[in-house]
Every structure is written in C-alpha cells, then in structure tokens.
Design a protein around this ligand. Sequence first.
Ligand SMILES: Cc1ncc(C[n+]2csc(CCOP(=O)(O)OP(=O)(O)O)c2C)c(N)n1
Length: 538
Amino acid sequence: MSTVRETTYQVLRELGMTLIFGNPGSTELPFLRDMPSDFKYILGLHERVAAGMALGYALAQGKAAFVNLHSIASSGNGLSALVDAWYGHVPLVVTTGQQDRRQLLAEPFLASRAVETVKPYVKWAYEPLRAEDVPRVLLRGYHLAMQPPMGPVFISIPMDDWTHECPPPDSHEVRHKVSPDPVALDAMVQALDSSRNPAIVAGAQIEEDGGWKEVVALADHLQADVYQQPIAPRWTFPRRHPLFRGGLLPAQQPLANQLAEYDTVVVLGAPIFLYYAYVPGHAISPGTKLFHLTNSPQDASAALAGTSIVGNLAAAARYLRNHCQPRPGRTPTSRAESPKPKPDYPITPAYLFSVLNDVMPRSTVIAEECPSSKGDLDRFLQSDEPGSFYSVPNGILGFGLPAAVGLQLANPSRRVVCPVGDGSAQYSIQALWSAVQYEAPVIFIVLRNGDYSALKSFCDFTQVGRNVSGMDLPGIDMVKIAQGYGLAAQEVDKPEDLEPVLREAFASPKPRLITVNVAKGGEKCMGMDHSVNPPRYR
Ligand SMILES: Cc1ncc(C[n+]2csc(CCOP(=O)(O)OP(=O)(O)O)c2C)c(N)n1
C-alpha cells in the first residue's frame, strides 16, 4: 500500500501540478522530503512572493498552480496573494502544514488556525478529518479551484499524515463549463437587434473563459464601441482595434456619464461596476438598457442594475454573434491619439511608456503596479494580443514583482516587463532573488518618484490636504538592493539614456532591473479630476 505522501505526489502529477511554489518549515518537511525528480520546487523568500509567483503562473496557464506554505506562520504572510487570487479569479491549490494531530489539543508551538484565518478569501478552507483523505481533498480542492469563477482553495495538513497508508483515489473528472440560459440570451438578442447604438464593456473574465476572439468577433458584428472595465486587472480587447474607446472611470456618476450616449450596454465578464471613489449617481443612465454576462454568481448578485446572466463568456459571445443581426459598418469614433510626450527632465512617466512602447516586442507581457502612472501606461502602451496585461486585482500592493516572475516562468517565449512604483516594489522585493535563481528574464522597470504619489493625489482629490505623515520615500537605492539579490541593475536619469538602456535589456536573455528617476505624478486620481465632484473627507 502507498503512503499518503506517495499518493499525493501521484495526484499532483496527474493534475499537472508538478511545480511547488513555497517557503518551507518544519511542519511541511515530511511532505517535501525526497521530492520526486519530475517535480520542481520554486522558493520564494517571503510567502507573498511564493504565492504571488504561483498566481502569475496560474494566470498565464489558465490552470491551477500548487502552493505549499508553512502553518499559520506563512499563511499570514501569503494572505494578500490569496486575496488577489480571490478577486482575480485565479485558481490556486494552497496547502499549509499543521502540527502533529496527536498533540494538537495541547496547543503546541506552531499550532495553526490558518483555516479560520483565510476563510473569507478562499473557495474552500479545510483540514482533513483523516490522514488518508489528504489526496482526495487535494483532488476536490483542485476541481473547486478550477470551477468558474476560479479561485484559491486552502488545505491545512497535519505533519503526521504523510506517513499513513492510503489507497489511490478513483479517477474522477469534472467538466467545468456552465452555459448561459438561452432564453435569457434571446431577450438580449432582441434588445441588441432593436438598439441604435450599443456598447460593450470588456472585463477580465473574457480571458478567464478563453473568449478573446469571440468578443472581438461580436464587437465587429455589432459594430459596437468597446470600453475596458474600470481599474482593469487584465486587458481583454485589442488596444488598437478601431472600436476600442479606452477604459471606464471607477465612480458611479462619471461612469454612467461615459456610457450615457448608448441605448444598450452589454457588460461582458466584469462586475457592475468596480468603483473606487464614492461619487453617487445612477449605475447606468435611466435611458440605457444594461445587460450583464458573468461567470460569477457573486458579481451577478452584487450588480446595482440591469439584467445579469451567469455563464461562460466565450459561449455567450458566440451565441450573441450567431443570433444578433449584423449591424452595418461605420466609421467609429476611435480613441483620440495622445500627442507624443517630450523627452523632458525629469523623465515623465508618459515619455517612459511611449519609449517602452516603441522598443518592446509586440508579444510582450506586462505585469503592472505603478499606481500614479497607470493612466500614462494605459495611454501609451499598445497591446493587441491575449494574455498581455495583468494588474493588481483589489488594490493590495505587492502583486507586480512576483506575478511577473510567475508569468515569465509560464511564458518562456514571451518577454515579461514589470513597470512598478518605487513604493510598490518594496512589498514583495524578494521576488528579484527568485527571478535570478530560476532564470526568469523579467525586465523590472522601477518608476522612482521618491514618494507615494498616488496617495498624495488622493489627498488633493478628496481635499484631505497634504498634511499627512508617511508619504515620502527618501533613501532607497534600488540598484544596490537588486544587486544584493544578484540581479543586474542600472539607473536612468536622463531622457536620452532611456531608449538605449531599454534596448540593451531586451537584447539580453537575463533578468534586469532599470530604475528610472521620474517626475512626481498623480495630478489625477484613477483618471479622475475635480470635475467629477469627488467626495470630501475634511
Ligand atoms: C499593501 C498595501 N499597502 C498600502 C497601500 C496604500 N497605497 C496605495 S497606492 C500607494 C503608493 C504606492 O507608491 P508607489 O508604488 O511609489 O507608486 P506612486 O504612487 O508613487 O505612483 C500606497 C502606499 C496599498 N494599496 N497596499
């Protein structure tokens, strides 16, 4: 008879999870010993990084990645990556060690209440009742993680379980796709057929459900303007497509105003809507019909208006295209081109991104975390391929660096670039070490403005005022920090040095960090200024 440990490795192998992202401790050692040679361990020096790299890997693969944390000690450190996975619909199977069952009642050193701690942010948090259930629990966890809306599951495993005997679980498959209700879709078809000017809002779930091509075909068929969802965690529509109109603002009234000219709006795979600043108003103008297709019952239940239909986005887009009347071609009001930024000193984020856009290959994958420069990045980076852009799902900094490493490990034929704020980089800085050790040739571009510009702009936007402590970041030498982790790094100060340094980085097959001294930014707050009538917190 096999042991729980042997059977578990076999289950992981069959599920295709042979990379173990983790940070080990005593309670995991009985599992990790003598790891089979077809498995590889990817060490993160901090658990935010271990789980965050798994997050990037799973995002790129569209398949669950496996994480092994250490009791509550490291589940706490890794929690923000689990929250990212929860909001970003990223399938992760996360395990953590528990003390020996035989002494748990006496509350020994490293006893873990991790299951209770992570519960609100995982689809399932569980500690098996019997040692021999462990492989079956992993199998069940995997299927739950993969069921749309995908997300993390969390399993706590007592350290004495691994040596028990256990038969292999019977094989079992789950087909995860849920088709949307055709009767509900037919009502949408009717509305779209009688619409004069429909618009589509493209959300992250389009990529989760593999629906990129279907949504482009649907937009072409309907000749509908397309907007990206507010604060997009993924770009899910080609940026240079003539129907693309840019992003939506993350506040009620300004967003409703942006869509007011349309008589029918179809939101594909995003919440209705994701807001940041509280600017009350209609969720959608009273004269506009709102339809919502989502793979998330949670998003459907939370929507503020319209008709929500739950199901697979690719199937829904295909159905609509097959059943709606084609609309005649027209000259769309395409997105206004921003004028080319000048090589000012200090370098502006706009200039940085316009040069990066000129230099980077079209297949580049972006892992973005540069809060006050998001708008400039959005204006100047162009990308027309699926799987090209990923950003912070719920505002927790620390996403970018490890996600970039995971994305790069899963995408050896594409280059990953990580534009990151000098503040944001510090929340998961140890990812630089993993990039070097696992030869992930990410190009990290640090926007060094020496402060928390996004927070300062929020102070101005909401009239909190500037008399707030803890907003400046003097004395951080990113070159030395990177070099300390073994990463080649250089600083760029003058605009004329930017292009050659970027070209050199893309020509090299190795990871690199470029820290660019940029002008302090943040005149706008997530694209909004005072004209939107922001809330006052003073
Ligand atoms: C883990 C975490 N801590 C704090 C914050 C609050 N926060 C939001 S934006 C921001 C500033 C980030 O600074 P930086 O990366 O330098 O970007 P900049 O604002 O200068 O563009 C901070 C601290 C957060 N969102 N997440």
